[in-house]
Design a protein around this ligand. Structure first.
Ligand code: PEP
Ligand code: MN
Length: 245
């Protein structure tokens, strides 16, 4: 028998790589909340490898997120790259993400440790599992134990996937730390065709949740176009995950 959407709803964080406009973000949030997904990625600062690539809308994007948030009951996850943005971000953002590139930005981590806001800490692409876990202590040492650990793949020699999804990291972090572990299947794989089996594998390894990029029109996405699911693709992914096929 088909389960209803909210029954056994797996912990999902979904949404676009980056907020690009009010219309685009509103359309995506409308679609996702309609399906019962309420934890929404809303990247406004995009640390990109290439300096000339789209860097996100910045604080202007935050205003869009604020407006859209008024219309839906959502939890917003967004990356903080500079502690000077903290007060502005806290007005709208519920979970602050520390991206892979800032996993060892220790002064940023220490400042976030003074908050009670949940922090989603991503593993650096070249960080060992010990370094990843140690980074979380820069947050918890200042009193914030509200941490979500996020495996997002590490560098490897293999170009079939964007990064190498390290599921042993999931199992080992679960063994040592008392924090939820999230697996970002989009940035680790960089492709869409194996997201479902790897999400299942992540749950089998002990992950508490999955992060996945969803865009209303991935072909024209200003970042990570290749890995973002369109609505139809997300429908299939979500249905299979709920049905646990
Ligand atoms: C992101 O989640 O938007 C992102 C940039 O991921 P990462 O820091 O893992 O590269
Ligand atoms: Mn992305």
């Amino acid at each position: 028998m088909k389960k209803s959407q909210n029954e056994d709803n797996p912990y999902l964080i979904a949404g676009p790589c980056a907020v690009e406009s009010f219309e685009m973000f509103d359309e995506i949030v409308h679609y996702l909340t309609d399906k019962g997904v309420s934890r929404i990625r809303a990247g406004i600062f995009k640390p990109r490898t290439k300096a000339d690539d789209f860097q996100g809308l910045g604080l202007e994007g935050l205003e869009i997120v604020k407006e859209v948030k008024k219309r839906y009951h959502i939890t917003v996850i967004s990356e903080i790259v500079d502690i000077r943005h903290l007060d502005r971000m806290l007005e709208t953002v519920d979970i602050l993400q520390v991206g892979a590139r800032n996993m060892q930005n220790f002064e940023l981590l220490k400042e976030l440790g003074r908050l009670s806001t949940p922090i989603l800490l991503k593993r650096g692409s070249s960080a060992t599992i010990h370094e990843f876990m140690e980074a979380s202590r820069y947050i918890s040492n200042n009193g914030n134990y509200n941490i979500l650990m996020c495996e997002r793949g590490i560098r490897s020699f293999d170009t079939c996937t964007r990064n190498l999804l390290d599921l042993s990291c999931v199992a080992l972090v679960k063994q040592s730390l008392n924090y939820p572990v999230i697996v970002d299947v989009s940035h680790s794989l960089g492709r869409k065709d194996i997201i479902y089996p790897m999400a299942k594998a992540a749950f089998a390894a002990g992950a508490d949740g999955i992060m996945v990029e969803v865009h209303n029109d991935p072909f024209v996405a200003r970042s990570d176009a290749k890995q973002q699911l369109d609505f139809e693709e997300f429908d299939h992914f979500y249905e299979k995950l709920i049905m646990n096929e």
